[in-house]
Design a protein around this ligand. Structure first.
Ligand code: DC
Length: 235
């Protein structure tokens, strides 16, 4: 029986997966605000571990060392109205983990199956109470395969790259073409890795936001939630 059919007030688990720049974080935090849920950004956990690897000079290819590093790390996500505040071993790293070197390292450390296993266990513990919107790459396939609603948010790579470029401080050194190229490379790594590659779950609803604004995407998801609550089944 679906969690939704147990009552309209049941606090759902909503999974939002998709490639970089598809709008997941914006959608997750707006949706969380509307529903009174918490939004958890799973990518921030990979980013925090990547930062620790950079600081500790641990190789991004060294799975054993990365798992040991994860086991002695304290990574905390604190949902706020503007997104997740991220703490690594008690220190705020919310801004630092968005920088280019960490972004690139996060996509490399996340290919390792045992690193992923550690992450998935911690992510499950964070979401087990329900009332959660978790965004990432494998939430609907691995972290919460029984999520009440699974959204796969996609968009054309050029459009995603352009959104990313506009989000960051624009300097002469950063060219729009290099942002798109970096995003395509990250996409390739996320989609082609052997462990939990980025793919929509079989029961995910795929939304292509190439030509949609944030409000339109939110509207569609709002309808899916309402439909699901009314039917007590999958949309
Ligand atoms: O969503 P993001 O850009 O902050 O994610 C950073 C990296 O972490 C991304 O390259 C892929 C990886 N990631 C993942 O493998 N699985 C997740 N659930 C979330 C992120």
């Amino acid at each position: 029986m679906s969690a939704v059919s147990e009552g309209a007030d049941k606090r759902l688990v909503i999974a939002i997966d998709g490639p970089a720049g598809a709008g997941k974080s914006t959608i997750a935090s707006r949706l969380a605000r509307t529903l009174g849920y918490v939004n958890l950004e799973s990518g921030a956990m990979y980013r925090a571990l990547a930062l620790k690897a950079i600081e500790g000079d641990v190789g991004f290819d060294d799975e054993d060392a990365l798992v040991k590093l994860a086991e002695k790390s304290r990574i905390q996500l604190e949902p706020t109205l503007g997104g997740n505040r991220v703490l690594l071993d008690g220190h705020e790293v919310s801004q630092r983990i968005r920088e280019l070197d960490v972004t690139d390292a996060a996509s490399k450390v996340s290919v390792h199956p045992r690193v992923r296993q550690w992450m998935v266990e911690h992510q499950r513990a964070l979401g087990q109470q329900g009332g959660v919107i978790m965004e990432g790459r494998d939430i609907g396939t691995k972290v919460f395969p029984d999520a009440d609603l699974k959204i796969f948010l996609d968009a054309d790579a050029a459009v995603r790259g352009d959104r990313r470029y506009r989000q960051q401080p624009q300097t002469a050194e950063i060219k729009p073409e290099s942002v798109v190229a970096e995003l395509r490379e990250r996409d390739r790594r996320d989609r082609e890795r052997a462990a939990s590659p980025l793919v929509p779950a079989a029961d995910a609803v795929v939304i292509d936001s190439t030509k949609l604004g944030i409000d339109e995407v939110l509207d569609r998801i709002g309808h899916l939630i309402a439909e699901k609550r009314a039917q007590g089944g999958r949309p």
